[in-house]
Design a protein around this ligand. Structure first.
Ligand SMILES: C[S@@+](CC[C@H](N)C(=O)[O-])C[C@H]1O[C@@H](n2cnc3c(N)ncnc32)[C@H](O)[C@@H]1O
Length: 220
């Protein structure tokens, strides 16, 4: 049974990072429609909120892999002026839009259905670009290129925030792929804040920016 579960998890993980867009969309839609992610409906008090609220500077947030609207509805209303959530799952976005209306935030929040590996913002720039438990779905060898591609959509002084679990919240087993992702970011970007928490699932949080040209030249 253990071996079957592990194999299913491996195939799922592989498809969600490397599979065609249509397969990824179908898997996520089915999981959201089957309420697999209902526990994400309440994440008030999560470690992502203090840095997100601080670095948003009452400005704009781009949330890549936004899911069913927890960040859009739980972040302090006074901390930002506009929010754009992007997700591959239509089912997730329907839920996110409904929750946004319920909380009266539809005036400052928008959602778009797209694969963040390909999607391009239409010219606007953001104070924060967030990957909240969604960076797992970028192939390891595309992490740097994907973040580099989004860098031009950061405002002057803007930051990326990545929040992930470094261990399995149920079994407490360390997850090597997310840790490798943290290492790539630490090696390739200017890290402003790095936090590791010892609570369930060992949440980790990085706030970072693209390297300045001078730093790149020094490093090279
Ligand atoms: C674990 S959920 C996290 C959702 C939300 N950020 C949160 O913290 O609750 C991962 C989300 O990433 C989305 N996702 C995965 N791969 C994606 C891709 N290539 N493009 C856009 N969204 C993607 C999924 O649909 C899902 O909503």
């Amino acid at each position: 049974m253990y071996l079957i579960d592990r194999t299913i998890q491996f195939v799922r993980g592989f498809l969600l990072s490397y599979g065609p867009q249509e397969i990824k969309r179908r898997v996520w839609d089915r999981e959201y429609r089957n309420n697999k992610w209902y526990f994400r409906d309440n994440t008030i008090g999560d470690c992502v909120y203090p840095p997100l609220e601080n670095y948003s500077r009452k400005g704009s947030i781009l949330d890549l892999g936004c899911g069913s609207g927890n960040t859009a509805t739980e972040i302090a209303d006074s901390a930002y002026a506009s929010y754009l959530g992007v997700d591959i799952s239509q089912a997730a976005l329907e839920k996110a839009s409904a929750r946004t209306k319920q909380t009266g935030r539809e005036g400052k929040s928008r959602f778009a259905r797209a694969d963040f590996l390909e999607w391009q913002p239409s010219g606007e720039q953001f104070d924060v670009i967030l990957f909240r438990e969604s960076i797992y779905h970028i192939p390891l060898d595309r992490i740097k290129a994907t973040i580099d591609r989004y860098s031009i959509y950061l405002k002057e002084g803007g930051v990326f925030i990545v929040r992930l679990f470094a261990a399995n919240p149920k079994t407490a087993k360390i997850k090597h792929r997310p840790i490798a992702m943290l290492r790539i970011i630490e090696d390739e970007f200017d890290v402003i804040e790095s936090r590791r928490y010892e609570t369930k699932g060992r949440p980790a949080l990085l706030v970072f920016r693209p390297r300045q040209r001078d730093d790149v030249e020094k490093a090279g």
